[in-house]
Design a protein around this ligand. Structure first.
Ligand code: IPE
Ligand code: IPE
Ligand code: MG
Length: 268
């Protein structure tokens, strides 16, 4: 995982120092390298138009298409979209079914478009819960797009950050059980390596639509130093101009990573 920190061997072994050269790179980049989005508000958007919730989800696909395209054009390298949470499995069965059908149709229809835009696709989350047929077609699409590298698109499906962290802990415990790692040698990098996001840099910017100001179990570990941007716009109305507003705001922020203003000045 690409993080601005490096281990340093403090007496207890848990110390972390800020890696100044990586921090300097992050500070100089005015476009966030990794944008993560909680695409929220589909249901309310539909309800306010006297339509069923699933219609809101369907209309949200246009926003996904537009956001992917704009990110590619604006120089964002990684885009992670929260599409379905662990907790969303508890919604009414008809809505869950509708969302899975929407995912099937996205996978069936969007391949060529994504390929043409140089998009690579990954999936994070507890994918074992996703029906096998959907999982297989997703996996085929990921394989088809695996050599693209203009935009790294990640779909968080059946995703919950607490579950992800527990899965990582369990894998680490196995390593210790098998004598491959000593408990006292566990570092931040070890945990990060077993998270679903192992190949991805931490998000620089988190966007949440629909006026809610919470994280809802999304990337709890990875968002440690992300800038947060909220909008009242519901996801089906989210367009390039909203993304641009978020990126402009990001460019005006002053990230510090725990350092002082003077240190930051010296690094930029
Ligand atoms: C986000 O929209 C999409 C998913 C969670 C799948 P919602 O369905 O949460 O819409 P609201 O928040 O109820 O309006
Ligand atoms: C978060 O939205 C999950 C996704 C966008 C996929 P929710 O609508 O499920 O979150 P809460 O319930 O409002 O916190
Ligand atoms: Mg919601």
């Amino acid at each position: 995982m690409d993080s601005p920190w490096r281990d340093f061997n403090s007496e207890k072994g848990f110390g972390q120092a800020v890696n100044l050269s990586k921090t300097s790179q992050l500070l100089k980049a005015k476009v966030p390298r990794h944008v993560a989005i909680i695409m929220d508000g589909n249901g309310r958007w539909a309800k306010s138009r006297l339509r069923p919730r699933i219609w809101g989800h369907q209309q949200g696909v246009t926003s996904v298409r537009e956001t992917v395209k704009a990110c590619g054009e604006l120089g964002v390298a990684y885009l992670t979209l929260y599409a379905f949470s662990d907790e969303n499995w508890s919604r009414p069965a008809a809505e869950v079914r509708g969302l899975l059908q929407l995912l099937d149709s996205f996978v069936a229809k969007e391949g060529q478009n994504l390929d043409d835009q140089g998009v690579r696709l990954r999936v994070i989350g507890d994918v074992a819960r996703i029906p096998e047929r959907t999982r297989e077609s997703l996996s085929m699409l990921c394989n088809r797009l695996q050599n693209n590298n203009r935009l790294h698109l990640t779909l968080a499906l059946s995703y919950g950050s607490r579950g992800e962290i527990v899965r990582a802990c369990s894998k680490l415990a196995h390593q210790v059980e098998q004598g491959k790692l000593r408990a006292e040698d566990i570092r931040i990098e070890h945990v990060a390596q077993y998270l679903d996001t192992t190949d991805l840099p931490d998000p620089d910017l988190l966007i949440r639509t629909s006026g809610e100001r919470r994280i809802s179990n999304f990337l709890l570990w990875q968002l440690a130093y992300a800038e947060l941007w909220f909008t009242d716009v519901h996801w089906p109305d989210f367009r390039r101009a909203h993304l641009q507003a978020a990126l402009d705001d990001y460019a005006s922020r002053r990230r510090r990573f725990g350092l002082t203003d003077e240190q930051i000045q010296a690094l930029t």
